[in-house]
Write a protein that binds this ligand. Structure first.
Ligand code: CP3
Length: 357
């Protein structure tokens, strides 16, 4: 395997010193980039793009050609797993993801199965291998999956939701049914993430976008317990290198201390949490990823720089910070502003740290 030329992301995730704070951006390959929209138009749709390893490789590399990012993230979606389980993923124009067959009756839930990644999700593994070759050691490749609870939200609701009425009704009325969905999904997520490591992913991220809509007690029982389950089943190293894990925990400001128990290497936070307080509450041994408000990118370059400095100050000088937005970059963001962000993070965080090796 080619030697990794820029390993700042992996070092920061393991709380090791780096000469500057590494930065990447959630949804860095997306609709704010004209070249992404051009490739998407050639592919015909988002799903056609994501399901073709050549197209997926092309768009994964697009933001790296423009910005000095310190990581690549696999171009795919968290909903590949429920799609492989037979729920029928589709995107209604302007409405986001939907399932043709959401999980509603007990019989369907009892018949849920763990898809074999090598078979049902082959296109993702092929994309991982191809992206890794195309990167040629420039930066590490992050593989990812949805958290069991976040996937269950889409599987039960049948699409996006604001109230989460159907899944919360199930959670309170028929908890055993939801536990069954989460159990099967946790096994599916761990098999899928391990297969991505085998195909070449060098760090792993689980997106728990919706755990934050639960009460603290329900969060522990229905989200955190399954994050933990997946993490204990993960391969923690490949080719002699550690494969760090990140849990993105949107809305988790109320129970940061509990998140430590999941034993991920890093916690991704949204912008509602102050990073100085997060550092105190999480302790020095876990890395933090985040957490600039994506809306800052609508402001002027001078304001972006100032807000970057603010996040860097809050994160503090100790190792273990990966700069990111607190959620995905908006499609209405100017790519020039993303460049200002990436360059500001590097400039403003530069420090004298001898690189080992
Ligand atoms: O970060 C990256 O660049 C990697 C690719 C990636 C996508 N989705 C591509 C995508 C990743 C890591 C995701 C994760 C994802 N997908 C999450 C968790 C993170 C988060 O945003 O909270 C969730 C909840 C989904 C489900 C999903 N997929 C939604 C709600 C949508 C529609 C929202 C939207 O922006 O339109 C998608 C579609 C999607 N996934 C797009 C992209 C680039 C936009 C698709 C398009 O081109 O139309």
């Amino acid at each position: 395997m080619t030697r990794l030329h820029n390993d700042t992301l992996l070092r920061a995730l393991l709380c090791q010193p780096t000469p500057y704070t590494p930065v990447w951006i959630m949804r860095q390959a997306g609709r704010y980039l004209p070249e992404y929209n051009a490739t998407r138009a050639r592919a015909g749709s988002f799903l056609a793009l994501a399901k073709d390893p050549d197209f997926a490789t092309e768009v994964t590399l697009q933001p790296l050609a423009r910005f000095r990012l310190d990581a690549a993230i696999l171009f795919s979606d968290i909903l590949t797993i429920p799609d492989a389980m037979g729920l029928g993923l589709y995107f209604a124009e302007g409405e986001g993801p939907k399932f043709e067959r959401p999980l509603r009756d007990e019989w369907e839930i009892r018949n849920l199965f763990v898809p074999d990644p090598a078979n049902h999700l082959r296109y993702v593994l092929d994309a991982v291998a191809q992206i890794r070759r195309a990167l040629d050691g420039r930066v590490p490749l992050i593989g990812f999956a949805g958290s069991p609870f976040t996937l269950a939200c889409y599987m039960v609701e049948g699409g996006g939701s604001t109230e989460f009425r159907i899944i919360k009704t199930m959670l309170y009325n028929r908890p055993e049914l939801l536990h069954h969905i989460l159990d099967v999904t946790a096994r599916a997520v761990s098999a899928y993430l391990n297969a991505q490591v085998e195909a070449g992913a060098q760090a792993l991220m689980m997106f728990d976008t919706w755990g934050g809509v639960l009460s603290g007690a329900a969060y522990e029982e229905f989200s955190l317990a399954y994050l933990k389950r997946v993490l204990t089943l993960l391969r923690r190293s490949a080719d002699g290198a550690r494969v760090p894990s990140i849990v993105y925990a949107k809305g988790a400001g109320g129970w940061l201390e509990k998140l430590r128990d999941a034993e991920a290497d890093a916690i991704g936070l949204d912008w509602t949490v102050d990073l100085a307080q997060a550092r105190t509450r999480l302790g020095p041994d876990i890395a933090i990823q985040g957490n600039l408000d994506p809306a800052v990118l609508f402001a002027s370059p001078a304001v972006i720089r100032q807000q970057v400095q603010h996040v860097l100050n809050a994160a503090g000088p100790a190792p273990g910070h990966v700069f990111n937005l607190g959620h995905g970059v908006s499609q209405f963001t100017s790519p020039e502003h993303v460049e200002v962000l990436v360059d500001s993070v590097h400039e403003l965080s530069r420090r004298d740290v001898p690189m080992a090796k």
